[in-house]
Design a protein around this ligand. Structure first.
Ligand SMILES: [Zn+2]
Length: 171
């Protein structure tokens, strides 16, 4: 995981925080930085917050802050994760055991749209969102319930018995 830092903003905090270098509570400056991390080949940008002791100058993160920064990175990654590669699209569609045509129709696309996406065309932002939603079995099931009449009986059977679809099966 590569990390690249760029400085954003600095402000002095009103409350004192324990500095582990000075081993006493100190006035600190809060620093906000844009951080870019590379996760699974995708660049993700998020805001990280850390503190700098005004006496010794050491920079540190409180344990809660480390969690918050990690959470910020996760959230940023989740947002960035809305793009799908052709391989990911095939894997998603296969998890529901659906044909390109049937999968596209269930999501509200044209008959040939999935075919072009799986060949490398970039989905529109609306369709990226629909694909993202379809990657959640519960959302996919809702889409299926709305559009199931657009596809044939054979496809319906295949999809209803797929591992992806069954994940959303209520007990
Ligand atoms: Zn200090």
């Amino acid at each position: 995981m590569g990390t690249e830092l760029s400085f954003l903003m600095r402000k002095t905090m009103t409350e004192k925080i324990m500095c582990y270098t000075c081993e006493t509570e100190r006035a600190v400056e809060q620093e906000e930085r844009k951080e870019t991390v590379t996760i699974k080949g995708k660049e993700v940008e998020f805001t990280a917050i850390s503190y700098r002791c005004t006496v010794c100058g050491d920079e540190f993160e409180t344990p809660g802050q480390m969690d918050a920064n990690l959470e910020a990175a996760r959230e940023a990654y989740a947002l960035c994760d809305e793009t799908f590669s052709p391989d990911e699209l095939v894997a998603l569609r296969s998890s529901y055991n659906a044909s390109q045509k049937a999968f596209g129709l269930l999501l509200g696309f044209g008959e040939l749209t999935m075919n072009s996406y799986e060949k490398g065309s970039i989905p529109t932002s609306t369709n990226r969102l629909l694909i993202k939603l379809a990657s959640d079995p519960y959302c996919f099931r809702k889409m299926y319930e709305v559009n199931r009449n657009r596809i044939g009986e054979t496809q319906r059977k295949r999809i209803e018995t797929s591992t992806g679809y069954r994940k959303a099966q209520r007990p």
